[in-house]
Every structure is written in C-alpha cells, then in structure tokens.
Design a binder for this molecule. Sequence first.
Ligand code: SF4
Length: 111
Amino acid sequence: MALEELDPAARYELPDLDDLLGRPRWHADAACRGRGPAGWFAVQGDVDTVTAARVVCASCPARVECLSWALAAGPSLAGVWGGTTVTERAELRRVNVVVGRCWRGARGGRP
Ligand code: SF4
C-alpha cells in the first residue's frame, strides 16, 4: 500500500526519520537545517563565520531548545549552538552555578 492510500490520521502514527534516528524534535525547526556544518564550526579566530552563524541563530525558532541542549551536552561540544560559542556557553554554565548557589542560600539552604 502506498503512503498516499493511507488514511490521513494513520499517517501521523508513522514515526518520522528524526524519531527513528533519535534526533530531538527541535531539529525539524532548526534554521541551520540543510546549510551544512561548516558555518557553525569555524576555525578559531574566524569572527566572520561565527557572526554569520549568529545571524541565522538569532531568528531560529529552535534557539532556546538548541541552547539548552548544548548547555547540557557539556564543555567539549564545539561550534556555535543557540547563537553561542564554546566560551560563551562555559560562561553561562559558570553563572548558572553561581546563581544556583545564591538561590539556595537565599532560601535558607546550603549555598
Ligand atoms: S539556534 Fe542556531 S545552531 Fe541552533 S538550531 Fe537554530 S540555527 Fe541551528
């Protein structure tokens, strides 16, 4: 049976390729999708390439999910994700730890 012959409701029950490959759902909305990795993995000091990636990321509908994923992925993740560089994500992690300590301390917990 061809896909066109299926009931439209039944089509939605079919897993899509992203599900089968274990990709997060936000990949489908990524503005960088189909652009290739080169623009997001510039050599150190290539400010123009990083800036061009940031321009795309700035209007990406998946930016929040992308950045959240990149922060969770850890410090070894290279490239621009969610409009941030490796160095910027390291700073965000550091600030998050400091704010978390302050927050716990303000609530009477152990800082
Ligand atoms: S925020 Fe940038 S790196 Fe992340 S999915 Fe969007 S375009 Fe790609």
